[in-house]
Design a protein around this ligand. Structure first.
Ligand SMILES: [Zn+2]
Length: 310
């Protein structure tokens, strides 16, 4: 699983991504130690329930502009296939997703500055009971950059009540110079760019509307996020969508209702996040919750922070 992949020449000062040259080295590694699966090979494995030894399926989440600008040319040059997962809200409503508002704010200002901003934004009544005591200035100060970044994510993902998270994400985004119209254009692959990727033979699947933790939603909200994104992406691409991937991933990111919705929508394969190889049992019994590794778990997977120098 990949997210940001770019040369990094114009990356914001604290922005974290996999450098394009490292991505190329990972492709070299996969191609010399096995091979990268084609669409036909993945479909064959799903149909027969037998994984192909040494085959790797490449997946890219969040419909990022990086995927069109840097990943597509690299895959094309090597004749490789991959799956891309798109959350539809930026396309239908021109909104930056909450998860990316935070990435962009952290990238532009750094974890410590964003923590300080959160201190100004969060009120005790906005927090889950049990975390209110932690709302004191002391928690925000004296952290090294990476700790502060992890803490920002913890505040936004766990400590804040669900109904206040979008407000807090928007505040830190806006205070870091975020601009929805400009950032949607710069951050995401556009509709025509996604269609160009599809025309190049690559696979495109749905990834919800707004990138929530699906397991935290009511059944009706899940239905809207899952079926709504499959429908909206189908409209955008002009063809039915047959693959999906859970925002955040992992066992806690979906539930039985999510799986029932995916089945109802005719989804044939779906990826989660669980660092192990796909087994025959996965293909036969749980094709809607296939395991995946994060790209940093392979050689050359070290991310870079900030612009490339020199
Ligand atoms: Zn995602």
């Amino acid at each position: 699983m990949y997210h940001y992949v770019q040369p990094g020449r114009s990356a914001p000062p604290h922005f974290r991504y996999l450098p394009l040259d490292s991505f190329r080295r990972q492709l070299d590694h996969f191609q010399s130690n096995g091979h990268i699966a084609s669409q036909a090979e993945l479909e064959h494995a799903l149909a027969t329930g037998r994984p192909e030894p040494g085959a790797v399926v490449l997946t890219f989440d969040d419909g990022l502009r990086d995927h069109h600008d840097y990943v597509l040319p690299e895959l094309r040059a090597r004749g490789l296939w991959a799956l891309f997962y798109v959350a539809t809200l930026p396309h239908t409503d021109g909104h930056v997703l909450d998860v990316h508002k935070v990435h962009l704010a952290l990238g532009r200002r750094g974890g410590r500055r964003v923590l300080e901003e959160l201190e100004n934004v969060i009120r005790p009544e906005m927090l889950e009971p049990g975390y209110v005591a932690q709302l004191s200035g002391a928690i925000y100060r004296g952290h090294v950059e990476d700790e502060a970044t992890a803490l920002v994510k913890r505040w936004l993902n766990y400590y804040l009540k669900l109904q206040h998270r979008s407000f807090a994400c928007e505040e830190v985004f806006r205070r870091s110079g975020g601009d929805a119209a400009r950032d949607v254009e710069q951050h995401y692959a556009s509709g025509p760019q996604l269609r160009a990727m599809r025309a190049a033979g690559l696979g495109i699947g749905a990834h919800s509307i707004s990138h929530p933790l699906l397991s935290q939603l009511s059944d009706a909200e899940q239905e809207r996020e899952v079926l709504g994104s499959i429908h909206a992406l189908g409209e955008l691409l002009g063809e039915p969508v047959t693959s999906f991937c859970f925002p955040y991933g992992g066992e806690h990111s979906f539930n039985a209702h999510t799986l029932a919705l995916l089945q109802r929508a005719g989804i044939r394969c779906c990826f989660s996040l669980e660092p192990r190889d796909i087994s025959a049992a996965d293909l036969q019994d749980r094709p809607l919750a296939l395991p995946r590794y994060d790209c940093n778990q392979f050689p050359h997977g070290t991310s870079r922070v900030g612009p490339e120098r020199g």
